[in-house]
Design a protein around this ligand. Structure first.
Ligand SMILES: [Fe+2]
Length: 236
């Protein structure tokens, strides 16, 4: 029997139809790192009306889905390349610049806005952790996924070392996603949901905009990895 839009974990709901992510964003429900909970439990915990959100989820699913957004239907090697070409490239092009902005506002406004010092520290930690994390995904984990996938598809036996890599890297990378996710949530909290204080310069406005963009991109990135790529890779 087909699941309704509100059955399953939040991660599964978004993996089946990415358009539902917008609804979860609206209700501030985490669908990437914290997506492994059932919708009714999340609603109970946050006081959100289950019937109302279920209705909205059903509504977004009504129009036919464009295959270009149907990530769950893509072959794993294609999805891995897509993640590198969009999300990893975004991070490589933007992380250094955001860290520099955060450092600048920390120096200029830190004396009156100590939260900006904390924002800069949190972002520096993300930037350092992220560089090693991307390297492991691109040089170790994704190539192993591609080799195992190709072997299974051609009917041959995957290398034992690759299967072992899938297991060990999965656990490590998943834990790193949680830590990076926690640090971005801390930044969101420190910025008061990216609301720019009245007494600061334009650099703060640009920094907060970039931090928000960074978090939005990360949500989609981690969702594609945790709820689709990693999950399917462990089932290969
Ligand atoms: Fe990634």
């Amino acid at each position: 029997m087909e699941k309704t839009a509100s059955q399953g974990t939040i991660g599964e709901i978004v993996a089946a139809d990415f358009r539902t992510a917008k609804v979860f964003e609206k209700y501030k429900i985490d669908f990437c790192c914290g997506g492994n909970v059932a919708l009714d439990s999340a609603c109970e915990k946050t006081g959100i009306n289950l019937a109302a959100i279920s209705k909205e989820l059903e509504a977004v699913k009504k129009s036919p889905m464009d295959r270009s957004q149907n990530y769950a239907a893509w072959e794993l090697p294609f999805l891995a390349d897509y993640i590198i070409n969009t999300h990893h490239t975004y991070l490589k092009e933007n992380t250094e610049q955001i860290a520099a902005y955060a450092s600048k506002i920390s120096t200029v406004h830190g004396p009156h806005h100590p939260e900006m010092i904390e924002i800069s520290k949190n972002f520096d930690k993300i930037a350092t952790d992220m560089a090693a994390h991307l390297r492991e995904e691109e040089e170790v984990f994704f190539p192993a996924i591609k080799r195992v996938y190709a072997a299974k598809k051609s009917g041959s036996r995957p290398l034992a070392t690759d299967l072992e890599t899938l297991k060990t890297s999965f656990t490590k990378l998943d834990e790193e996603h949680v830590l990076i996710g926690d640090a971005t949530h801390a930044i969101r909290h420190l910025t008061n949901e990216y609301v720019v204080p009245a007494d600061v310069c334009n650099t703060v406005m640009v920094t907060y905009q970039k931090l928000k963009e960074f978090e939005d991109d990360l949500h989609k990135h981690v969702h594609l990895e945790n709820n689709i790529l990693f999950l399917k890779a462990t089932l290969l």
